[in-house]
Write a protein that binds this ligand. Structure first.
Ligand code: CO
Length: 174
């Protein structure tokens, strides 16, 4: 499954809450896990596969294949601040330093509709904040410092040109 790339407008829309874990939600989770695996990602949000629902998948341990999913994820506690390099599957080739909370608590639901609470620090806390931003329509470039934005400006422009080019081609085909 293709990953939706910047500047596709779906990445800018706040996703809808999931009211019921129906077969569409289970389907979405399966596709998201497959896509994350095939792209060697550590986290993925539903809008990145074109689904506007509040669903994220992530690898709680980067070295293990196991995935965890969270439906309607919400950060309920934050502590500390840490800056580190970050990238995004929807922004191939772009990296930048982003400040995030170093420790967070996230609540949400699993596929059975059970309450889930995840306490995360450092790398996992960063992954979760990044993916939760995605379901709110917030992108990591929005959180870059102005200095960092200048450094990635040309790369962003190249993604915009590629997107506009493929939109023109899609228009010709239809
Ligand atoms: Co991302």
């Amino acid at each position: 499954m293709e990953i939706v790339k910047y500047p596709d407008p779906i990445l800018r829309h706040a996703a809808a809450e999931v009211d019921e874990v129906d077969s569409a939600v289970k389907d979405a989770v399966e596709r998201m896990c497959e896509t994350m695996r095939s792209s060697s990602g550590v986290g993925l949000a539903a809008p990145q596969v074109g689904i506007g629902r509040k669903i994220i998948v992530f690898k709680p341990c980067p070295d293990e294949q196991r995935e965890q999913i969270l439906i309607n994820p919400c950060i309920t506690e934050r502590r500390g601040t840490i800056e580190a390099e970050e990238g995004c599957l929807s922004f191939p080739g772009i990296w930048g330093a982003i400040r995030r909370s170093s420790n967070i608590v996230v609540t949400g639901y699993d596929l059975k509709g059970n309450d889930v609470k995840v306490s995360a620090s450092d790398f996992l806390a960063r992954v979760l904040q990044h993916e939760i931003d995605h379901v709110e329509g917030m992108l990591f470039v929005d959180r870059m410092t102005p200095e960092c934005r200048v450094l990635v400006r040309d790369a962003l422009k190249a993604l915009e040109d590629a997107y506009n080019q493929s939109a023109v081609q899609d228009g010709r085909r239809s």
